[in-house]
Design a protein around this ligand. Structure first.
Ligand SMILES: *[C@@H]1O[C@H](CO)[C@@H](O)[C@H](O)[C@H]1NC(C)=O
Ligand SMILES: *[C@@H]1O[C@H](CO)[C@@H](O)[C@H](O)[C@H]1NC(C)=O
Ligand SMILES: *[C@@H]1O[C@H](CO)[C@@H](O)[C@H](O)[C@H]1NC(C)=O
Length: 440
């Protein structure tokens, strides 16, 4: 079966399954800790902006337009000098989130669609009375399990960038941070129950947002899945044993949702893994050892120092759920692109961030791109390496160099390249697993 037929067949197959078993396609899955993960512009998202003539390429380009801010943020922090304390989750800035998870805050639970972010530790949500927030906010007064956290609490001292007057005071634990370059938020660190699928996590510390300015704050909050001290993993300890995985559905997947599985139960039994590398200066980030890239059968010539992990400069490769298209440092991207162009029939043109677009009729000749990690080769499925223009006449290599204005040393494996794969974050055993899984 050729590629389009396979996809079409799969699509109808999935459609058939879904329509027979689910009446509410947007309802959260109820299999244990499995949570739905939905693309921000899908039917199930309240943030969907109906644009009937908007193609996938336009949607992706629109989302990817926030990537430079995110990369800039990541590399700005990476360039900082080492400090004896971890960089505060509360100080972290990011672009826009692209995937949402439905959680409940408080008792009884209030539903919030939070942005999933693997490069951020903290969670935060807009609270009632918030100035500048959207209409959906968390009402602390309606929750029987809500409680404030003051400056003397352990959670407050773990987080930095908080405006506590002095240590040991009973003042509310407040933070005020910039966000996405153009936005800022001010929040109180508070605690309440958070319900994730069937799991209720009591006394979960998160930021209760009082005011925002600018337009980049996720409207219903953010769930940080980083590995630092205030993260969900750290706060849930033995409940999830430092393990979670997700499968991100394609942006094309208007009706369907992927899944977030928390904890060791229900994870793939056999999965290829690569070690996770730890950067003490950026404790939240999931670094891996990218050792090479192949285009078709050709190993792309890349100077090893461009791939090397260096905790001091922050150089290396991370897996990130919040960046849209994979960004390599310029010399790596150029080498990959040049080899790719050698193997595909031109001429080549540009479309937004993509500089290698060609006639879709030549697509069959497009080589498979393989990312080589220590102990694990990831052959990118065609739909994770190519994207089509609105008319369908062009196919583009769906990757780019780190943006010009960012003097970045960081390679970021982004969410377009992770779609329809199960990505297992086994922090307890310091490894990352990847397996093919269709979750469209
Ligand atoms: C909170 O309680 C108030 C007053 O009882 C009610 O009007 C409001 O709908 C509740 N909001 C939520 C989100 O539960
Ligand atoms: C955060 O603090 C700065 C400086 O103190 C202030 O200008 C800004 O308005 C604050 N932001 C919010 C959202 O409160
Ligand atoms: C990454 O892999 C290369 C090639 O196998 C190896 O030389 C290097 O030591 C590895 N780096 C880390 C941090 O494990």
């Amino acid at each position: 079966m050729d590629f389009p037929t396979t996809i079409t067949t799969l699509f109808f197959f999935i459609l058939l399954i879904s329509s027979t078993k689910a009446t509410d396609l947007c309802a959260s899955k109820s299999d244990g800790s499995g949570l739905s993960v939905i693309p921000i512009y899908s039917k199930c998202s309240p943030f969907m902006q109906p644009q009937p003539d908007s193609s996938l390429a336009n949607t992706v380009l629109k989302m990817a337009s926030k990537d430079p801010d995110r990369l800039k943020y990541l590399s700005t922090l990476l360039a900082k000098k080492a400090t004896p304390v971890p960089i505060a989750p509360g100080q972290q800035v990011l672009g826009v989130g692209n995937y949402l998870v439905r959680v409940k805050l408080g008792t009884p639970g209030q539903v919030m669609l939070m942005v999933l972010d693997t490069s951020n530790d903290a969670a935060w949500a807009p609270c009632s009375g918030c100035t500048g927030c959207s209409s959906t906010t968390f009402f602390p007064t309606n929750s029987t399990t809500y409680g404030p956290l003051d400056c003397s609490t352990a959670q407050c001292t773990q987080a930095h960038g908080l405006s506590c007057p002095a240590t040991g005071t009973a003042a509310a634990c407040l933070f005020n941070q910039s966000y996405g370059g153009d936005s800022s938020l001010s929040a109180n660190l508070v605690q309440d129950s958070i319900t994730l699928g069937n799991d209720v996590v009591p006394n979960f510390a998160f930021g209760c947002i009082n005011s925002i300015s600018g337009g980049s704050i996720p409207p219903q909050g953010l769930l940080g899945l980083g590995r630092g001290s205030l993260s969900l993993l750290s706060q849930t300890g033995s409940l999830y044993s430092g393990v979670f995985s997700y499968c991100l559905p394609s942006f094309k997947s208007f009706f369907f949702s992927g899944s977030l599985k928390l904890g060791p139960v229900g994870q793939p039994k056999t999965i290829k893994t690569t070690p996770l590398l730890k950067n003490p200066r950026r404790p939240s980030l999931y670094y891996v050892n990218l050792t090479g890239i192949s285009v078709g059968r050709v190993p792309v010539p890349i100077a090893p120092e461009l791939l090397a992990f260096d905790p001091n400069t922050g150089a290396g490769t991370i897996i990130d759920s919040g960046t849209v298209i994979t960004r390599f440092v310029q010399p790596i991207y150029n080498a990959v692109r040049d080899e790719f162009r050698k193997q595909v029939t031109g001429p080549f043109s540009s479309l937004g961030a993509f500089d290698t677009c060609f006639a879709a009729t030549s697509e069959a000749s497009a080589p498979v791109i393989t990312l080589h990690f220590t102990g694990l080769d990831l052959k990118l499925p065609v739909e994770n390496s190519l994207i089509h223009s609105s008319s369908g006449s062009l196919a583009c290599l769906a990757m780019a160099a780190a943006p010009n204005n960012v003097n970045s040393v960081l390679n970021v494996i982004a969410n377009l390249q992770q779609q329809n794969l199960r990505i297992l974050f086994d922090v307890a055993n310091s490894r990352l697993g990847i397996a093919r899984e269709l979750c469209n």
